[in-house]
Write a protein that binds this ligand. Sequence first.
Ligand code: ZN
Length: 123
Amino acid sequence: MNNPRPGSPGATRACPHCREIILESAAVCPACRHYLRHDAIVDAPREPALTPLRISGSIRHPGDGEPWEYTIVVSVHNDRGEEIAHKLIGVGAMNPNEQRNFTLSVEAVSTKVKARKTVATTD
Ligand SMILES: [Zn+2]
């Protein structure tokens, strides 16, 4: 996976709170939900992000047999079919008759909307 240079669309960094790799331009970490930039607070209201993809589904253990273990994996392919990301999201187990609900959402925001704005701080 190639990394765009800092300041360009798609540039990434590590969240200072949880160390997940997130968009450099993110105002709020999508993983731990901590605020990352002072201007995220004073810049409101912001244009909301689009959610061009959102899928929800659930699985239920049929109730007979042994417990299930499950693995959640997300992969992203570009328009040439090349895998550009592959991530293990989590694992878990389900006992008979238990249900798990899963939601995958892809948020998108114009890089123009996210254009950096310098805010003078006194601290
Ligand atoms: Zn975080």
